[in-house]
Each structure stands twice: as structure tokens, then as C-alpha cells.
Design a protein around this ligand. Structure first.
Ligand code: NAD
Length: 499
């Protein structure tokens, strides 16, 4: 069925009939928490409880890690012939797409993402992610090195063992896919801990892996709160790597957990405060302004690489801001996320909404000019109007801290050198963009900007070959790309004395 033809009423009907699991998925089976605990998930569009879900604790994590460890030791996945693993993951990528309706509803009902974004972004990209890593499995090669005649030396690449994936709620399915796909492709067994705000799509992912032909125990899911479930997983002595996406604060905690336990590897994809530099010679004002609008209001601004700082050359600032106000004020309208016409859903929770509103208040108090937005519509859901501040100084709180909401901060700069200095004056370094016609300026900016991803005359473009990850406190390690797959392997050196 072509899901893009469904109406709001169709989606509501489907939501009412939706069946889903709420228990953990361990060793190929759904199981309750040992202690019987559950937590609530509230639909942020309505403010009403959507479901309750099994709340994991250390004992549940132990069971999931033990299942993963057993499956790894039994070599049912790690030593499966590469082309057989490829077939399972390729089949799995197709199953994800075939289950698009369920995935779309699960994430939209839990965290409020517009259903059209699930269909056009999260689901196709998650499937492509699995397809990409499945295609790489038999392309990973070992090496024979040059040695003296009395030795033969080769280097093998082997999986790590049990990989724990701890992921956020802003792209629940996709962020899980960015970790789980390369981990499985490399031959590891996995325990996924989804965010407590969006716990359901991860369960369906694990169930479908078994349906696709994956051995039980290779992909396990334990739900629960960060401290209660994420911490025991990251502290576990049998987990070889934690692949984390989330806030910088919790990312730092992951490093502590690794140090306090078994020195497990840690990869971190954390927060951002990405600058977009708009120079006076940018190629087309309307194109640039539209990218600026979509770069901060898409996914309600709940995007790690959201273009939250607009560094606009003073020469074009009045024109740029006026155009942003004209085009941006009504481009994103809060609405029912199950309505395919909606492009701005609620923020993930009422507490996150209150947090974003407190940043808006802070912006006003610190002297930024509110151009539009800044209010919450009258609704039981946790909606916030798209908001633009101009006259922002990079020292203001709204320019320094990650707001994770639809709030843009426009800062005036004089030329590229000052723009780069302001862009780099941040603890974060996930992404940045520069808009200019001048090739030299563009290349110099690429060299001088401290960020893992730089866009020139575009924003948020990319594909699976693009390493995605941060400089500075935006993290370490890269998702997508070949490098990501290699980071779920370790090398073994075999030195043979030939006598
Ligand atoms: P978060 O750090 O609060 O939570 C992320 C995950 O960590 C969740 O599963 C949570 O349950 C778990 N967790 C929380 N506290 C924990 C603890 N003490 N011990 C162990 N686990 C714990 O982040 P969030 O609010 O879910 O997501 C938003 C953040 O994610 C933003 O900062 C955003 O920038 C970041 N993010 C980064 C990227 C990237 O690729 N760089 C992508 C998406 C989101």
C-alpha cells in the first residue's frame, strides 16, 4: 500500500488498531522485567498516556547481555559465512520498509514526530543504513604485511563481542539503526537500550531481525530509564563497546562507566550548536534562507546538527532577517503529527517543552530581539511555535547551550574571519555550513571550521558514505560510512615464524 496517500483520518484509524509489544526482547523472546516494573509513555501531541512499558533494571540487563554473550560464543552469527550474514541483513532492510506503517505509528505516537517525516526520512534512511552495511560485509579485508623472509604476518579483523547501544528519542528508529547495523554487520551481538520516551520501535526492530533469519540472542532490547537500565549496560563487564548517541552530559558519563568497569570502547555522538555562515556573496538569498529555516525547524529543532546559530554577514543581515521572517514565520505550523499535512509536531515531553520555553525566556532577558514565535499554542500537547531571535551575541545562553527545540539565534558578523571565530567559539563541533560564491573562501572555511561535517551552499545533505560525528564535545567516533563498521571490529596480528 502507498502510505503517502493515507489521510489524517486513516492514520487515526490505524493508530486505534495498532498492536505492539511492550516487554523486553531477550534471546528471541518477549519477557517481562524480573521485578515487574513498568514506566509510562505519554503521547506528547495529546498529553495522554499512550502505553506502559517494561522497565529494565540491572537483572534484566544481565539476562540480555548473557544472551548476547552466549550467541557470540556459539558463533551462530559472528562466524556465519559473510554472504549468509549479508543475505539476512539485506532481507532485514526490506522487512523494515515492509513494516513502515507500524514503525511510523510507533515513533510518532511516542515522541510526536510528524508521520510524514517517518515515511520520508526515518524509515527509508534506516533501511538504507542496513542495506549499506550488509553490502560491506564481504568487502572487509585483512592484510598481509611486508616482513623478513623468516616470517609471515597477517592482520585479521574480528568483531568485538557484545555491543551495547544506548540511543536517544529524536530519531528513535534511525539512531538505533546507525549503531545496530554496523555492529551486526561486523559480526557482534547487540543489546539495544532505546530512550524511555520512544521505547517501542526498537522492540519491533529486534523482532524483525529474527523474522529476517537472524539467530535469536544476537539482537536484544532492554527498555528502561537511563540510570536504571543504561548505566548497568554501560558498566557491564561483558560488554565490549558502548555505542552512545545522546546528550554531551550523559556522553561524559559513558566514559566514566567505561573507566569504572572494563575499559570498554566508547563511541559518542553527542550534542551540537551548529553554525551556518551566510556571507554577503552567497549565491541565492531565498535558497539560503529556506535552508536556514528547514535547518532549525525540521523535526521541531530536535536535531543534533540543527543549524541553531545563524551567523549572518552584517552587510546582508537586515535583508536576510526580513526574508527569514517572511518565509519562516508560517513555514512550520504546529499540528497533529498523525496528519500527513503537519510538518511541526509537539516537543517530545512537557518537561522538555518547559525547558525550551525557559531558554526563550532567557533569550528575551539577555537582550536578544524576538522576531517571531516564542509562545506555546493553546493545546494539551507540548507544542512550541517556531521562534527566531535576532541581535544575538554569541555569549548569550541561547547561543551557547543546545536548546533542542525550534529556536533560531541570528548573530551578525563582519566577514569570514570573524564568522569562523564565532562559529568555533563553542564547546560543540558537530556540523557547520558556509554560504559563499567564492571558492577560496569556501575551502578556507572548510579547513578552519572545527566540526565533523561541513556543508558548502547547502545544509544537512549527505548519504551513507559520509562520516557523521563530532569534533570537541560533540563526541568521538563516526556513524554511517566504512569507518563506522571498522569501529565495531578489532585487529588481530598473527605472526608466523617460518623457521
Ligand atoms: P540523553 O543523553 O538524555 O539520553 C540518551 C540515552 O541515554 C537514553 O537512552 C537515556 O535513557 C540514556 N541515559 C540517560 N541518562 C543515563 C545515564 N545516567 N546512564 C546511562 N544511560 C543514560 O539524550 P536525549 O535527551 O535522549 O537525546 C537528545 C540528545 O541527543 C541531544 O543532546 C542531541 O544532540 C543528541 N543527539 C546526538 C546525535 C549525534 O549524532 N551527534 C544524534 C541524535 C541526538
Amino acid at each position: 500500500m502507498d502510505l503517502t496517500t493515507l489521510t489524517k483520518a486513516d492514520w487515526h484509524q490505524k493508530a486505534a488498531k495498532l498492536r505492539y509489544e511492550t516487554r523486553h526482547f531477550i534471546d528471541g523472546k518477549y519477557v517481562d522485567s524480573i521485578g515487574g516494573g513498568r514506566f509510562e509513555v505519554v503521547n506528547p501531541a495529546t498529553g495522554r498516556t499512550f502505553c506502559t512499558v517494561s522497565a529494565g533494571a540491572a537483572g534484566d540487563v544481565d539476562l540480555a547481555v548473557a544472551a548476547a554473550k552466549r550467541s557470540f560464543a556459539a558463533r551462530v552469527w559472528s562466524r556465519k559465512a559473510p554472504r549468509e550474514r549479508m543475505a539476512v541483513l539485506a532481507n532485514y532492510a526490506r522487512l523494515l520498509e515492509a513494516n513502515a506503517e507500524r514503525f511510523a505509528l510507533l515513533d510518532t505516537l511516542c515522541m510526536g514526530k510528524p508521520i510524514r517525516d517517518m515515511l520520508s526520512i526515518d524509515i527509508p534512511q534506516a533501511a538504507t543504513n542496513f542495506a549499506f552495511f550488509s553490502e560491506l560485509i564481504d568487502k572487509i579485508e585483512g592484510t598481509v604485511t611486508s616482513t623478513a623472509a623468516d616470517a609471515f604476518h597477517y592482520i585479521l579483523r574480528e568483531p568485538l563481542g557484545v555491543v551495547g547501544c544506548v540511543v536517544p528519542w529524536n530519531y528513535p528508529l534511525l539512531m538505533a539503526a546507525w549503531k545496530v547495523a554496523p555492529a551486526l554487520a561486523a559480526g557482534n551481538s547487540v543489546v539495544l537500550k532505546p530512550a524511555e520516551q520512544s521505547p517501542l520501535s526498537g522492540l519491533l526492530m529486534a523482532e524483525l531481525f529474527v523474522e529476517a533469519g537472524g539467530p535469536p540472542g544476537v539482537f536484544n532490547v532492554v527498555n528502561g530509564l537511563g540510570e536504571a537500565t543504561g548505566a548497568p549496560l554501560a558498566l557491564h563487564m561483558d560488554v565490549a563497546k558502548i555505542a552512545f548517541t545522546g546528550s554531551t552530559e550523559v556522553g561524559k558519563q559513558m566514559l566514566v562507566y567505561a573507566g569504572r568497569s572494563n575499559m570498554k570502547r566508547v563511541s559518542l555522538e553527542c550534542g551540537g550548536k551548529s553554525p551556518q555562515i551566510f556571507l554577503a556573496d552567497l549565491p541565492d538569498l531565498d535558497v539560503a534562507v529556506n535552508y536556514a529555516i528547514n535547518g532549525i525547524y525540521g523535526n521541531m529543532g530536535e536535531v543534533c546538527n540543527a543549524g541553531s546559530r545563524l551567523l549572518v554577514d552584517r552587510k546582508i543581515a537586515p535583508e536576510f532577517i526580513a526574508r527569514f521572517v517572511e518565509l519562516g514565520k508560517h513555514a512550520y505550523r504546529p499540528g497533529d503529527p498523525l496528519d500527513p499535512a503537519t510538518n511541526l509536531g509537539p516537543l517530545v515531553t512537557s518537561s522538555h517543552c518547559a525547558r525550551v520555553m525557559s531558554y526563550i525566556e532567557r533569550g528575551r532577558k539577555e537582550g536578544a530581539r524576538l522576531e517571531f514565535g516564542g509562545a506555546t499554542p493553546d493545546s494539551p500537547g507540548s507544542f512550541i511555535e517556531p521562534t527566531l531571535f535576532s541581535g544575538v551575541d554569541n555569549r548569550m545562553t541561547i547561543a551557547r547551550e543546545e536548546i533542542f527545540g525550534p529556536v533560531a539565534a541570528a548573530i551578525e558578523v563582519d566577514g569570514i574571519e570573524q564568522a569562523v571565530a564565532v562559529a568555533n567559539d563553542s564547546i560543540y563541533g558537530l556540523a557547520a555550513a558556509v554560504w559563499t560564491r567564492d571558492l577560496n573562501t569556501a575551502h578556507k572555511a572548510v579547513r578552519d571550521l572545527e566540526a565533523g561535517v561541513i556543508w558548502v551552499n547547502c545544509f544537512d545533505h549527505g548519504d551513507m558514505t559520509q562520516p557523521f560525528g563530532g569534533y570537541k564535545q560533540s563526541g568521538q567516533g563516526r556513524d554511517k560510512c566504512l569507518e563506522s563498521l571498522l569501529s565495531y571490529t578489532q585487529t588481530k596480528s598473527a605472526w608466523l615464524h617460518l623457521g
